[in-house]
Ligand binder design. Sequence first.
Ligand SMILES: [Zn+2]
Length: 291
Amino acid sequence: MNNRKMLSKAFAGLFVALLALVAAGSSATKQQKTKAPKSVRLYVFDCGVIQGLDPGLFSFKKEELAETRLAVPCYLIVHPKGTLMWDVGVVPDTAFKDDGAAVTQSYFTATKTLKSQLAEIGYAPSDITYLGLSHYHADHVANSNEFASSTWLVRKVERDAMFADKPPALSDPKNYSELKNSKTIVLTTDEYDVFGDGKVIIKFAPGHTPGHQVLILDMAKTGKVMLAGDLYHYPEERKMKRAPTIEFDKEQSLASRAMIEAYVRKTNTQLWIEHDFAANAKLKKSPQYYD
Ligand SMILES: [Zn+2]
């Protein structure tokens, strides 16, 4: 081989190596910057608190509730094959000023941005593979637009209600408007297996809204946990079997509650009421995680 041929062969080899590097880089961006864990992890973020609501909305008198405040957590699920954000807060990050001070909007207060909490563990919203919302109420969707590049997992009835000419009750459509053009998977089965191995399941539990859904995680050490959306708000609802007045369809809500209670008993799943203030206060918060 003459010098010229050797040189062109060396360049060709370098080019192939560069292509491989570029390909590896782009497939890693939607995965995660940090190393993928071997098993499912759950991070719980502090996305704020709701206070001052009339307990009558939930069919309670104030003295019947141990705690009237409602916690607002957001969750990141990290699976070896990708990531899922579940519920994205009550106050949009865009409402924070540069000084980072807490933001209060009517009944809602947030002290930290979701973006800063994600950054602390090495993620940006654009890294997240999937977005799942338990339902469209304003206290679950505030940062949806940040996740418009993720694949949205939603039922048709819920999506249709969100983008109907008349916005649904208790919603704030400007905070999720960009999901209209997101890559979307329309869920049609009662259970949807997000990563295909049974570890992260979205389950249909309608009534609170037409397409309300819960998330069931199967973790190696923690076991099975259900993030129950707004199936319940206060723990007393579960004990005393009281239904809120704000349900889209109360009968359907009660049927979903009965179905879910049978499910968690049968499958030995812990049910986490997302808004339960006292229970939430005891949870490990990001950067700690459950696995
Ligand atoms: Zn809620």
